[in-house]
Design a protein around this ligand. Structure first.
Ligand SMILES: [Zn+2]
Length: 106
């Protein structure tokens, strides 16, 4: 898997706006400018490539194993097993949100 890091940014007007942007997934219409309020955009200091790599490592070691755990538990037929639903997280924020809500209704 090729991983190319492009850091997210957010509106500098955190008090009343704070909209988040991403160069690939949700770019602002004008580079460096919030679409909603016109303020400049900022990047969190902890959104460095190294920090993101550490987060991904923690995900692989601690969170990802839970997928098999909960899927296996549901497949076991145990009536106390929680529902397990898999949602594709690739897409716009809105499309992933809608997929999550739809999964909750199944
Ligand atoms: Zn804004």
């Amino acid at each position: 898997m090729l991983f190319v890091f492009t850091p997210p940014s957010s509106c500098a007007n955190l008090a009343t706006c704070g909209v988040c942007y991403h160069l690939d997934a949700r770019p602002p219409k004008s580079p460096g400018v919030c679409d909603v309020c016109g303020s400049g955009l900022i990047q969190r200091h902890d959104d460095s490539e190294e920090t993101v790599k550490k987060r991904l490592d923690v995900y692989r070691r601690q969170t990802r194993p839970l997928i098999a755990y909960y899927a296996d538990w549901e497949r076991s037929g145990d009536p106390s097993a929680p529902k397990y639903r898999k949602v594709d997280g690739v897409g716009t924020v809105e499309s992933v949100r809608d997929a999550c809500f739809a999964a909750l209704l199944t």
